[in-house]
Design a protein around this ligand. Structure first.
Ligand code: C5P
Ligand code: C5P
Ligand code: C5P
Ligand code: ZN
Length: 491
C-alpha cells in the first residue's frame, strides 16, 4: 500500500506536538476546494484535540495578508494549502517573534528559507502536484493530532473526547481536495493520495470503483451528462443535445423514469451502465476518436459512501466544484460549513452559488473560444480583462486546454483584472510538457518578480499577480523562461 512516507508522518507528529502546546491557534487557508477541505480537516482535528482555534481564508497569501495575520494576537498560526510559497515572508515575522507558523501545504517552497514545522510532500520526495494535496497534508497532520497518537502523547483533560474514533473519517475530505486540485488527471490518485484513499475505504467513508469518468454522474440528467462531457470529444454527442438524446433513445436501456423524466447515471443499474458505456465506446471508435482518448472514458472513480446518492456531495469531483462555487465567490464560510457536515441552509446556499459558478465557467470558456489566444514562441495567452472573474480564470484556462480554443504542446497563460487594479495570471500546462522540462511555478515566480509582482504554484499549474503595466514585459519574460526550460531538458 502506498502511504505517506514515514518521514512525513514523523514530521507531522512534531507539528502536532507544537499545536497541542499552543493556547489557541489561528487557522488560515486558501479559497478553493483544496483549501476548504484542508480547513475542514484541520478544524475538525483541532476541535477533536480540544485545541481552541479560529479560521480565516485568504484569496492569496501575499505580504499584505501575512501582515494582517501577524497583526492578530495569535502566537501560533496553522497555514493550510498555502504558506510554503510565502515562507520567505512568513519567516521574517517568525524571526521577530510575531507568531510561530505550522504549515501544511503542497506548493513549491520559497527558496533559501526553512522553518521548524513545515509539512510539505515536496520536502519528503513526493510530488506536490500529483501525490499529495493541501488537504492531504492536512489529513496527515490530523492523524498525528489524534488523542492517542503514536508519539506517546496521552489525551489531556482538554481533549474532551466527544469523538470516539480516529481521524480516518477525514480521508473523505482529503480525497475531495486532491481531486479538486486535479491530482487524479492520470486516471487515478497515486502516491500518498492512494494511501489516503485506502484509509478512507477502511474507515467506510470512501468507495473506489471503476466507472465512466464523466463529470456529473450523480446529478446530471443523462443527455446533459453526455452533451457536456467534452474531456473526450465524441462527434455527434459532445456539445450536441439532439445527438445525445438520439444516442440514448436508440439504446436498449430505459433512460427515462415512469414520469418520462430523464434518469441520471446513478439511477441506472450496473448492467444498464455497462450497456451505455459500451455503446458510447463503440460510438467513439466508429467516429475515429483515438484509442488513447477512448481509454480515458473509463477509469477509477471515488464516491463518498456516507453522502446521499444523487447529490453533489456523493461524487468527489462534483463536491469539489460545489466548494469552488462558494470560496471563489467570497463565501468560503458556506463551503466550510458544508465540509463540516452542515446539510440544510449551507447546502442550499452552496447550490445556488453553484448555478452561478457553472454559468460563469460556461460563459468564460465561450469567451475564450470566441476571442482565441495569442501565440508566442513558447506559450499562448489570452487577456480576459474584466470579462472573467480573476478567481476562476485559472479554472477556465484549465478547461480551455484540450479544446480547440488552444494549441497543444505549449502552456496557456490567462490574464484577468483584479479589484485592486492589478492583474491576475493563471498558467496551465500538461504532464507531457513537465516531462520535457516545464516548471510553471518557476516561470510564474521569476517572470512576476521581474515586473514587480509575485507568484508560484506547481510545475503543471501556477499563478501570479502583477502590476497592470507589466503584462507585456511579463509575457516576454515568461516566454523566454519557458523556452529555456524546454531547451535545457532536451540536451
Ligand atoms: O492552489 P492550487 O494548488 O490550489 O491549485 C492547483 C490548481 O492547479 C487547480 O486549479 C488545478 O485545477 C490545477 N491543476 C491542473 N492540472 C493538474 C494539476 C493541477 O490544472 N494536473
Ligand atoms: O470547478 P472545478 O475546477 O472543480 O471543475 C472540475 C472540472 O469539472 C472542470 O475542469 C470541468 O471540466 C468540469 N466541470 C464541468 N461543468 C461545470 C463545472 C465543472 O464540466 N459546470
Ligand atoms: O489561481 P490559479 O488557479 O491559477 O493557481 C494555480 C496554482 O498557483 C495554485 O496552486 C495557486 O495556489 C498557485 N498560485 C501561487 N501564487 C499566486 C497565484 C497562484 O502560488 N500568486
Ligand atoms: Zn491545493
Amino acid at each position: 500500500m502506498d502511504g505517506p512516507v514515514p518521514e512525513l508522518t514523523e514530521h507531522a507528529a512534531a507539528c502536532a506536538a507544537h499545536l497541542r502546546d499552543a493556547d489557541r491557534v489561528l487557522l488560515a487557508s486558501h479559497i478553493d476546494a483544496d483549501g476548504l477541505t484542508s480547513a475542514g480537516i484541520a478544524s475538525t482535528a483541532l476541535e477533536r484535540a480540544g485545541i481552541p482555534f479560529e479560521t480565516v481564508f485568504c484569496r492569496q497569501l501575499d505580504e499584505a495578508a501575512v501582515a494582517d495575520i501577524a497583526a492578530t494576537d495569535y502566537d501560533t498560526v496553522l497555514f493550510t494549502d498555502f504558506g510554503s510559497g510565502q515562507l520567505d515572508i512568513i519567516a521574517e515575522y517568525e524571526a521577530v517573534g510575531d507568531f510561530h507558523p505550522v504549515i501544511a501545504d503542497h506548493h513549491q517552497p520559497a527558496e533559501g528559507v526553512e522553518t521548524d514545522h513545515h509539512l510539505n510532500p515536496l520536502r519528503f520526495g513526493l510530488n506536490g502536484a500529483s501525490e499529495l494535496s493541501g488537504a492531504g497534508a492536512s489529513y496527515v497532520l490530523a492523524r498525528a493530532l489524534e488523542p492517542e497518537s503514536a508519539d506517546g502523547h496521552s489525551p489531556s483533560a482538554r481533549e474532551t473526547g466527544s469523538h470516539a474514533g480516529d481521524n480516518r473519517d477525514l480521508a473523505a475530505l482529503a480525497v475531495v481536495g486532491a481531486v479538486g486540485d486535479m491530482q487524479d488527471t492520470n486516471g487515478e490518485l497515486r502516491g500518498a493520495n492512494a494511501g489516503i484513499v485506502d484509509e478512507g475505504v477502511e474507515a467506510g467513508v470512501v468507495e473506489e470503483g471503476t466507472d465512466l469518468r464523466i463529470y456529473g454522474r450523480q446529478t446530471r440528467a443523462l443527455p446533459k451528462l453526455l452533451q457536456y462531457a467534452t474531456d473526450v470529444r465524441i462527434p455527434g454527442i459532445s456539445n450536441n443535445e439532439a445527438g445525445a438524446i438520439e444516442f440514448l433513445t436508440e439504446l436498449d436501456v430505459p433512460c427515462r423514469d415512469d414520469d418520462g423524466e430523464w434518469k441520471r447515471w446513478v439511477d441506472l443499474t450496473g448492467d444498464e451502465r455497462q450497456t451505455l458505456a459500451s455503446a458510447l465506446i463503440r460510438r467513439a471508435i466508429a467516429s475515429g476518436v483515438p484509442a488513447s482518448r477512448i481509454d480515458d472514458l473509463v477509469g477509477t472513480t471515488y464516491v463518498l459512501s456516507r453522502e446521499q446518492e444523487g447529490t453533489e456531495l456523493r461524487d468527489v469531483s462534483e463536491f469539489s466544484t460545489l466548494l469552488n462555487a462558494t470560496a471563489r465567490y467570497d463565501r468560503a464560510d458556506v463551503g466550510l460549513a458544508v465540509c463540516l457536515g452542515e446539510r440544510d441552509a449551507a447546502l442550499d446556499r452552496a447550490r445556488r452559488l453553484l448555478r452561478n459558478h457553472r454559468k460563469n465557467l460556461s460563459n468564460g470558456l465561450q469567451w475564450v473560444k470566441e476571442h482565441g489566444v495569442r501565440v508566442e514562441d513558447n506559450l499562448q495567452w489570452f487577456d480576459a480583462g474584466d470579462e472573467i472573474r480573476e478567481t476562476i480564470v485559472g479554472i477556465v484556462a484549465g478547461m480551455a486546454v484540450g479544446t480547440n480554443a488552444t494549441r497543444s504542446g505549449i502552456p496557456v497563460l490567462a490574464f484577468a483584472d483584479t479589484e485592486e487594479g492589478e492583474v491576475k495570471v493563471s498558467s496551465r500546462g500538461s504532464y507531457v510538457m513537465v516531462r520535457d522540462g516545464l516548471d510553471l511555478s518557476a516561470v510564474m515566480r521569476e517572470a512576476s518578480r521581474a515586473v514587480g509582482g509575485d507568484g508560484g504554484g506547481h510545475d503543471v499549474a501556477a499563478g501570479a499577480t502583477i502590476p497592470k503595466g507589466g503584462v507585456e514585459a511579463f509575457i516576454a519574460e515568461a516566454d523566454r523562461i519557458v523556452g529555456e526550460q524546454l531547451a535545457e531538458d532536451s540536451d
